[in-house]
Design a binder for this molecule. Structure first.
Ligand code: GDP
Ligand code: ZN
Length: 303
C-alpha cells in the first residue's frame, strides 16, 4: 500500500459510533461517523472534517486498510474488531490449562493478516513452565515465532515484551484468564496516555459503550485494547487459508506430488514425510487438520 494512503486522522478509541481521533498534528478530537454505511474501528485512518460551530469532527470515509482482525458475530456476519495491525501476541499461561489449538488458531489469523506474531507464556511467578510447554514453545521457535516467558505480576521480562512491541500496532489475544488485561495494564502504565485512553483507564469512560481503545506504549508502540478482541475466534476463509496459516506446512507442501495436496491422505505427501522425520510438529499438524475440518464445516454452512 502506498504510504500516502496511511496518512489521515487515526481512530484511537471507539464508543459505539463516537470516536476519538488523533489528527496528524497530534491533537486529539472527538468525532462522529457520517451515515450508517461505514464502521471505523481502532487503527483506522480516516477522512474527517471539522463541523462548523461544533467541537466534534465528522468522519466521512475510511482509508484503505492493510489488514483487519475479524470475528464472526452472533448473526453469522463478519465483524471487524481492529485494523492496520502490525503485531499479534498470543498469550498462554498455566493456569488456565494451555489450549495450544487456540494459540495455533490465532497464529493462523496472524499469518493471514500478514502480521508478525509472538507466543507469550505468562505467570512464570507461579511455576516454571513444564516440559510439554517448553517443547511446545521450542516448536514455535523452530517455525520462526518469537516466544517469551514473562510474569505480569512479578514484572519479569516485561521489558522484552515492550521491545517486541516497539513501533508496532499490536494486539494481545489468547484464552480468557491468561493475563492479557494485566499485561496491557503493566505495559501501558509506563507511557503517557492521550486523553481518550486516560478517560478509559481512570474509570470515567468505563461504561458499556466503550468498544475499543488504542493505548500508547513506550518505544513508540501502541496496543489496541478491546473486550471483543480479547476472546474472539478468528475466522478463516477456506482450506487454502488454513494452509497459508501454518507456514511450516506451506513450506514442506511445496514438495508434495500434487500441487493441490491438502496433506491428508494423498500419496507422496512431503508434509507427512516431514512429520515422520520430526521436522514438523505432530501436534501442530493435528491443529492444522482440526482447523481444516472446522473451516470446511463453516464454509459448508453446517456449523
Ligand atoms: P485476561 O482474561 O486474559 O485478560 O486475564 P486477566 O489479566 O484478567 O488475569 C486473569 C487472572 O490472572 C487475574 O486474577 C490476574 O490477577 C491473574 N494474573 C495475570 N497475570 C498474572 C501473572 O503474571 N501471575 C499471576 N500469578 N497471576 C496473574
Ligand atoms: Zn502434501
Amino acid at each position: 500500500m502506498p504510504l500516502r494512503d496511511r496518512h489521515g486522522p487515526l481512530v484511537v478509541a471507539t464508543f459505539s459510533r463516537r470516536m476519538a481521533l488523533r489528527l496528524e498534528d497530534g491533537e486529539q478530537v472527538t468525532a462522529r461517523v457520517k451515515g450508517k454505511r461505514i464502521q471505523p474501528v481502532c487503527g483506522d485512518h480516516v477522512e474527517a472534517e471539522p463541523i462548523a460551530n461544533e467541537p466534534e469532527w465528522l468522519i466521512t470515509a475510511i482509508l484503505p486498510r492493510s489488514n483487519e482482525l475479524c470475528r464472526p458475530n452472533t448473526r453469522g456476519k463478519i465483524e471487524v474488531l481492529a485494523a492496520n495491525l502490525s503485531f499479534l501476541a498470543v498469550v498462554a499461561a498455566d493456569p488456565p490449562v494451555p489450549d495450544w489449538f487456540i494459540v495455533d488458531r490465532y497464529l493462523c489469523a496472524a499469518e493471514l493478516m500478514g502480521v508478525s506474531a509472538a507466543v507469550v507464556f505468562n505467570k512464570t511467578d507461579l511455576a516454571e513452565p513444564g516440559d510439554v510447554t517448553k517443547d511446545t514453545l521450542r516448536d514455535y521457535e523452530r517455525i520462526g515465532y518469537r516466544t517469551l516467558l514473562c510474569s505480569a505480576k512479578a514484572g519479569s521480562n516485561l521489558d522484552v515484551l515492550q521491545n517486541l512491541f516497539a513501533n508496532q500496532t499490536a494486539i494481545i489475544v489468547g484464552q480468557s484468564g491468561v493475563g492479557k488485561s494485566s499485561l496491557i495494564n503493566r505495559l501501558a502504565e509506563s507511557a503517557d496516555q492521550p486523553t481518550a485512553a486516560v478517560s478509559k483507564r481512570s474509570g470515567e469512560g468505563r461504561h458499556t459503550t466503550v468498544n475499543s481503545v488504542m493505548l500508547a506504549l513506550p518505544n513508540g508502540g501502541a496496543v489496541i485494547d478491546s473486550p471483543g478482541v480479547r476472546d474472539y475466534a478468528p475466522s478463516t476463509g477456506d482450506a487454502q487459508d488454513v494452509i497459508r496459516g501454518f507456514p511450516e506446512i506451506g513450506k514442506y507442501g511445496a514438495d508434495c506430488k500434487f500441487s493441490d495436496c491438502r496433506h491428508l491422505r494423498e500419496p507422496n505427501c512431503a508434509v507427512k514425510a516431514a512429520i515422520e522425520a520430526g521436522e514438523i510438529s505432530a501436534r501442530r499438524y493435528e491443529s492444522y487438520k482440526r482447523l481444516l475440518a472446522l473451516t470446511k464445516k463453516l464454509t459448508e454452512g453446517r456449523y
